[in-house]
Design a protein around this ligand. Sequence first.
Ligand code: SAM
Ligand code: CA
Length: 247
Amino acid sequence: MAANGEEQQTQAGRHQEVGHKSLLQSDALYQYILETSVYPREPESMKELREVTAKHPWNIMTTSADEGQFLNMLLKLINAKNTMEIGVYTGYSLLATALAIPDDGKILAMDINKENYELGLPIIEKAGVAHKIDFREGPALPVLDLLVEDKKNHGSFDFIFVDADKDNYINYHKRLIDLVKVGGLIGYDNTLWNGSVVAPPDAPLRKYVRYYRDFVLELNRALAADPRVEICMLPVGDGITLCRRIK
Ligand code: SAM
Ligand code: CA
């Protein structure tokens, strides 16, 4: 977008929304999307979870409301039933998933931190979708290794959302490619990594952004070269790369 919209913004009005990671150059345009498309249709439970999360000190980690709406729509479009999420935090994307899949749908959800999940859990329970969630506390990789060991899990997932430790995404991909069904989707989140993927080497980046940037760049190269998937990188949230398994 042209800088005009940006110039019209006051500093105080900039990117106030919790969890926003919009890559749009115009904050006004992002606000327009939220106010016109997202908030008017956001389920009450997601609004409540978003507001609870906004008070948490690590709220920067949450999935943004527009991305939540996107995931919810995507899951319905592909009729996802058996799903997985790596990286739950307080559960905003988890709730978006749980609300989208059928009543007998499943989400295998993993996070090293259970406390944050428990912050959102009462809201997920109140929404009547907690029975779809199998939450496992701990690092995801050993759980994936166990799943891969058992051939009956191969090709069993319709959708997998990866939103955790970026330095492990390649390791996740090596396992997830067997677990997702042919025609199913893996979504890797934050693949534009605060826009830092195109930052010059000497750009002043926050420490964690700089640290993970090379891993994100490596993942993006690997996905682009992987003949087992078709890919589509979308500038939603902080960038999400959808991978559709084709073999
Ligand atoms: N999808 C979440 C949402 O909608 O709010 C946001 C997830 S947050 C960006 C990343 C999460 O990954 C954190 O809650 C963190 O505890 C978790 N995490 C980090 N390393 C992990 C690992 N090795 N295995 C599983 N979860 C991990
Ligand atoms: Ca994310």
